[in-house]
Design a protein around this ligand. Structure first.
Ligand code: ADP
Length: 337
């Protein structure tokens, strides 16, 4: 392989590569290495890294060790939010050493996110289980409780079990979205989805008033079941966080190359301070929870995941005691004119 080709390959790699000669002087640094280390090639090539600090000092130590022992060396480096895998191998041809740097920050971020998710899910599951256990033990320990008290306790057990079921259902849904398959995509008319969801929501909340406005000819490519689920979650929230009877409006329109579905309510609204976090998993607005509305904090994260899988986006604008507007936007497939 010609030298020019090898150089081109090295430059196009995501892995950082630094080569050192037998005296420990750096003779080559590829673009990825400079980017990961936030240093320009001029500052690296020709130096031995002696007297450097932080990650560069660690690289220097590893290089010196490999030049001395001619044994490979592998280490990890963690600083604030950055995780790097460092691997130094002897460079036989030049009696030098080559350092490979892999940036694992993104993978570690995902791992941390998963760990946090499992911790939050376990906590959320434990709370209703503890409540059910406590009430069930009371029923067993006090067989002579009045029928009224038994009725109250049974009702609380049933309500908490329902909450537990909703939570497990939401967790299963999140995992189902993770296994999203392109095979299920088909052209879907947004107005059809809106009418279908309105019908479903009215079957459990007949008192709600839902009006649909917008273009009957906007289509997107979507998994219809998941799209239904996203819109249903927005409608159910709009009802849950409005005084009964809720007054909702679904609007469908096109903006540039995007098809938009807006769900508007005249409910209790969301404080500005909470808006940036409401799409996070398990996030609940304190004020609403303490006023007795109990949610599991997963509905909007499900909406966000579904929309992301369809290359779309979701946004919200809201004013306390005035109402909220949730807008989901997807690339439009066709608009018949
Ligand atoms: P939850 O199961 O708690 O409703 P979500 O993820 O669906 O979880 O919503 C997160 C939080 O955002 C809710 O706890 C609620 O405080 C707030 N929220 C969501 N939708 C609305 C809405 N239409 N009006 C007011 N607050 C809302």
């Amino acid at each position: 392989m010609s030298r020019a080709i090898s150089q081109e390959i090295l430059e196009s790699m995501d892995t950082g590569v630094l080569a050192f000669d037998r005296t420990g002087i750096m003779v080559f640094a590829n673009a990825a290495a400079c980017q990961i280390l936030h240093v320009s090639p001029e500052d690296l090539v020709g130096s031995s890294l002696t007297g450097s600090e932080g990650i560069l000092a660690r690289c220097h130590e590893m290089i010196q060790q490999v030049l001395r022992t001619f044994e490979p060396s592998i280490q990890t480096w963690q600083e604030r939010q950055m995780y790097l895998d460092l691997s130094v191998k002897p460079w036989k041809e030049r009696e030098g050493a080559i350092l490979f740097i892999q940036d694992k920050t993104a993978q570690r971020g995902l791992l941390e996110r998963d760990k946090q998710f499992i911790a939050n899910a376990s906590h959320e599951l434990r709370t209703p289980i503890t409540i059910i256990q406590g009430f069930a033990e009371t029923l067993c320990s006090y067989p002579k409780l009045s029928p009224g008290t038994v009725g109250d306790i049974s009702e609380k057990i049933a309500r908490t079990s329902k909450r537990l079921e909703n939570l497990v259902q939401s967790l299963l849904t999140l995992s189902k979205i993770d296994h999203f398959s392109e095979e299920k995509l088909r052209e879907v008319g947004l107005i059809e989805i809106a009418h279908h969801c309105k019908h479903l929501v009215l079957s459990s909340h007949p008192e709600a008033r839902i009006t649909i406005f917008g273009s009957p000819d906007l289509f997107i490519r979507a998994d219809p079941q998941l799209l239904d689920l996203a819109v249903m979650n927005l409608l159910e929230n709009a009802i849950k966080y409005s005084l009964s009877p809720a007054n909702l409006r679904i609007e469908i329109h096109q903006r540039a190359q995007n098809a938009l579905i807006e769900v508007r309510d005249q409910g209790i609204g969301i404080p500005a301070i909470d808006l940036p976090s409401i799409f996070d998993r398990f996030y609940k607005v304190d004020r609403q929870q303490s006023s007795g509305i109990k949610g599991v904090g997963l509905g909007l994260s499900i909406v966000k995941e579904i929309v992301k899988k369809h290359q779309g986006s979701v946004s919200v604008s809201s004013q306390v005691n005035v109402g909220s507007v949730f807008t989901i936007s997807f690339p439009v497939v066709k608009k018949i004119v």
